[in-house]
Design a protein around this ligand. Structure first.
Ligand code: F6R
Length: 254
């Protein structure tokens, strides 16, 4: 069955994505009753997370734009509990402190940091019980990964523990220096990601251009896990001109 192609928008800058991402959130919390929103971590989303702080309702954990929601995220490094610097929950709660209050109130469902099949299964079950992810933010690795689904991954998979590709570890070096980046992570699977109601994937900068070209113009294949988003019927891709360098043609609206 064919699905509509992702909507692609090429923006003048990475900063220009921030109001659009906040609009996505506003629409989701307005459309659904207490929706579950899943954030991505990494440099791509830091500006949006910082801007989001202003939209939280003071004293009411889990209320943005005056509406309730629950939060989760894509992946966590093995061994990185929420207080450990370098970890994904730590990053999210540092960039956006109101998420700490949500964590305490169990309105932010953290990906387990232990490689324990039962804990990972319970996490997937909690997401289902929360109604499933309504809005999934995604970044993309230079090797085409989404979450920590590295090339060769199962495109139908669920939450699992995984090895990190050497390219991914290299890209994470600054985050962990002087220590070595971790080798393992717990991640949402591509199948789980595709189960979200809407996907919004962002990429900025020339280093992402080959991955974006493979994602949108190559085969849908485990060689580029992000290409699987083309199996989803409701996808928005936000790029700057540098990240879009390999795909810019008449089929892309400016
Ligand atoms: C992080 C994640 C990763 C990143 C990707 C891009 O939660 O899922 O797939 O989105 O590695 O990272 P940045 O944004 O740092 O370029």
């Amino acid at each position: 069955m064919s699905v509509p192609a992702p909507e692609i928008r090429i923006l003048p800058s990475a900063e220009a994505a921030v109001p659009l991402l906040l609009d996505e959130l506003r629409r989701t919390v307005t459309r659904f009753e207490r929706p579950l929103v899943s954030f991505a971590t990494g440099g791509t989303f830091t500006a949006m997370l910082r801007a989001l702080v202003r939209e939280f309702t003071v004293g009411k954990p889990g209320t943005i734009f005056g509406r309730e929601f629950s939060a989760t995220h894509l992946d966590e490094y093995a061994g990185f509990d929420p207080t450990r610097d370098g970890g994904m929950v730590h990053e999210l709660t540092t960039a956006c402190p109101p998420l700490s209050a949500m964590l305490a109130a169990e309105r932010f469902l953290p990906v387990p940091h232990v490689e324990d099949a039962a804990a990972i299964g319970r996490h997937a079950e909690r997401l289902r019980a929360a109604g499933g992810v309504k809005l999934q933010f995604l970044g993309i690795g230079r090797n085409g990964h989404i979450a920590f689904n590295e090339p060769g991954t199962d495109l139908d998979g669920g939450f699992h523990a995984t090895d990190l590709a050497e390219a991914t570890r290299r890209d994470a070096r600054a985050r962990f220096a002087p220590a070595e980046p971790p080798r393992r992570a717990i991640t949402s699977g591509v199948g789980t990601i595709l189960g979200a109601e809407r996907l919004v994937l962002c990429a900025f900068g020339s280093a992402k251009a080959p991955a974006i070209e493979a994602m949108l113009r190559g085969d849908v294949s485990p060689a580029c896990p992000a290409s699987a988003v083309r199996r989803h019927a409701d996808v928005l891709v936000l790029l700057d001109a540098a990240a879009a360098a390999g795909i810019t043609d008449e089929s892309v609206a400016p």
